[in-house]
Design a protein. Structure first.
Ligand code: HEC
Length: 106
């Protein structure tokens, strides 16, 4: 468990360094930060590729998901920080990452 936390922190830190040169490439945005929670499914985050975990979210409509990802929200399973905590991302970066995550999870 402790090992997982260290890994998550390391990926978040690496992500911030990489992100300065990324613009609206959803997969790159995902890979450089969102995956810290969404790949292992940390703290209630829906895992990438877990169709069951995403089905009800996708059913709300993409606009709701964009807004929840950009503004952050407290849901049934955990707390999604605004932009995943990466405030320097543009709204379009976040939307592109959401599109990527949805495309991998339905
Ligand atoms: C610190 C951990 C963490 C990070 C980093 C993170 N998320 Fe999340 N995310 C969560 C959690 C937890 C939830 C589930 C909240 C709930 O439904 O209770 C969530 C839910 C979501 C959802 C579902 C929204 C909905 O309406 O159900 C989307 C989309 C999403 N995240 C996108 C992103 C994107 C894009 C990034 C990167 C920019 C990101 N997340 C980074 C923790 C994180």
């Amino acid at each position: 468990m402790r090992f997982t936390k260290v890994l998550v922190l390391a990926s978040v830190m690496m992500g911030s360094a990489v992100w300065t040169s990324v613009s609206a490439d959803g997969e790159a945005v995902y890979n450089s930060g969102c995956l810290a929670c969404h790949m292992p499914g940390v703290a209630g985050a829906p895992k990438l590729g877990d169709k069951d975990a995403w089905a009800a979210r996708i059913a709300q409509g993409i606009e709701v998901m964009y807004e929840n990802a950009i503004q952050g929200f407290q849901g049934q399973t955990g707390m999604m920080p605004a932009k995943g905590g990466f405030v320097h991302l543009s709204d379009d970066d976040v939307k592109a990452a959401v599109d990527y995550m949805v495309s991998q999870s339905q």
